[in-house]
Design a protein around this ligand. Sequence first.
Ligand code: MG
Ligand code: MG
Ligand code: MG
Length: 308
Amino acid sequence: MSEEILIFGHKNPDTDSICSAMVKERLNKKSGNENVKAKRLGEINKETKYILDYLKLDAPQFLESVEEGQEVILVDHNEFSQSAEGIEKAKILEVVDHHRISNFQTSEPLYYTARPYGCTCTILYKEFVEKGLEISKEEAILMASAIMSDTLLLKSPTTTKHDIKALEELEKIAGIDIKAYGLEMLKAGTDLDDFSEEELINLDAKTVEKNGEKIVIAQVNTVSIEDVLKRQEKLEQAINNVISKEGVSLFVLAITDILNSNSELLVLGKKANVAELAFGEKLENNTMFLKGVVSRKKQILPNIDKNM
Ligand code: MG
Ligand code: MG
Ligand code: MG
């Protein structure tokens, strides 16, 4: 067991899960809690790699599982199905998150900061401000990157005035044209060419459970939905493999056009009709186009959940 308090975001880590763990480590150290270490629960994606390369920083170390009694801080998630193996028996000291609270319980009291903002890093930004801690340029870029990633440059309906304000302030500290940088960062994340179909459907996949049924909602960002759909047949094979291996009832792959803010859903599984009910659209060739839909958290998951 690690003597350090481990900080990590969800499996299949996105930029917010990596950046918020790294920033939370720095924040706690600045507040005098030295004994903390950021970790990651999976490979970093290309978008996050762009940021770390830009800042010449190493990614946090990979964490396979946690042992009984391990002290941890969760960022950017709370659902155990998205957390480290063994999380049920870990000692969760704190959660900083911007998702619904589900499938979560602890045996001891804890700090829990839940705010319905567009990004965990916006909550951390506020923590810096509330504690009167100085934000370095590096920390500003880490937080700004996560905010722009989670809100798709403030265009997602998950964006709140708090995210807008935080990004504005962080841009001043960063001292760069943050939106120009952010667009390059997002584009770096849409380069899907060297991923196999298996990898592609797992890059940013979240598993949730409802009434004993397993639902996977995966998302890929792109600048061309058409390009991704050229691989539909192989994507379906990969998805059907996951469905049969892991007993998934509904698998949704959201292919999100980050420039025009639309998504195409590729839907498979015995509960595929739930997607039709959720969005009032018919599946044609297993797909449906959803105008203006970009957010899994706010637009896709709640509708699926309601109709499951
Ligand atoms: Mg996340
Ligand atoms: Mg997030
Ligand atoms: Mg995300």
